[in-house]
Every structure is written in structure tokens, then in C-alpha cells.
Design a protein around this ligand. Structure first.
Ligand SMILES: O=C1C[C@@](O)(C(=O)O)C[C@@H](O)[C@@H]1O
Length: 138
């Protein structure tokens, strides 16, 4: 089984960036932990601050992988193109947000991408990535 985690803009700074909102665990450490918990799954990690690179990655894995865990960061709220890419591929996508987007600024309450995903997990901290993997295993 192959799962691709895709993180969007600024999420390379998880652990450093606004720790009161996003916590202090780095994504590299968290992915290591996930790989040790789910040793039978191939978990690939990709991060980009560039919208087109996220779309290219969705296309690249979206017809062969078993699941995609996507945190599109700020593009969640703005990117018709990422939403279209999710709709275009075959692999199920689970959307994750570390923070609870509904408890924050109003412009974060809209997810353009969520509608094309199998489901959305928001506000569970880094645990959201694990919950998304669990949902893909069911
Ligand atoms: O970059 C991010 C991170 C985020 O996706 C989250 O994981 O909580 C929430 C977004 O609103 C924000 O732009």
C-alpha cells in the first residue's frame, strides 16, 4: 500500500511557525513517527510552496497510489486549480488541517478543495495526518 502526504505552502515550517497554532513538532519528525507506526505502508512525503508543483504531484501519484493526504495550506481557500486536480485523479484524497479552520478568520472557513476530497479533518493538530491515514486503511 502506498500513501502520499502532500503539504502546501509554509508547512515546511511546521514546528517553527506560529507554534501556538501549529504546535512544536516538525513535520520531518512526525513523518518518521508515522513511518514507524505504519511500517507496512509506503508513506511518501512531498512539500511545496508552489501551486503548480502540488498539482503536478497530484497528477503523478493520483492514478497509482492508494491514498493521498493533502494539506494545501493557504491554497485550500483560494485554489480552483488544486480543487480541479483532486477531481481529475482517481486516488482518494483526505484533506487535513492542523488547526481548526472554522475557529479562525472567516476567510479560512471556505475550503475550495474539501468538496472534492473523501473527507476533511481539521483541528486535530498533527494527529490529523494519522487520522487521515487510518481513514484510508478502512
Ligand atoms: O497554512 C495553513 C495551514 C492550515 O492548512 C492548517 O494546517 O491548519 C490552515 C490554513 O488556513 C493555513 O493557511
Amino acid at each position: 500500500m502506498k500513501i502520499q502526504i502532500i503539504n502546501g505552502p509554509n508547512l515546511n515550517l511546521l514546528g517553527v511557525r506560529e507554534p501556538s497554532i501549529y504546535g512544536s513538532t516538525s513535520i520531518e519528525d512526525y513523518v518518521k513517527e508515522l513511518r514507524s507506526i505504519y511500517s507496512i505502508i509506503e508513506i511518501e512525503y512531498f512539500q511545496s510552496n508552489v501551486e503548480g508543483e502540488i498539482i503536478n504531484k497530484l497528477h503523478e501519484v493520483g492514478f497509482s497510489y492508494d491514498g493521498i493526504v493533502l494539506n494545501a495550506g493557504g491554497y485550500t481557500h483560494t485554489s480552483v486549480a488544486i480543487a480541479d486536480a483532486i477531481a481529475a485523479i482517481k486516488t482518494p484524497v483526505v484533506e487535513v488541517h492542523v488547526s481548526n479552520i472554522y475557529a479562525r478568520e472567516e476567510y479560512r472557513h471556505i475550503s475550495l478543495t474539501g468538496k472534492n476530497c473523501q473527507g476533511v479533518l481539521t483541528g486535530f493538530g498533527m494527529k490529523g495526518y494519522r487520522l487521515a491515514i487510518e481513514s484510508l486503511l478502512m
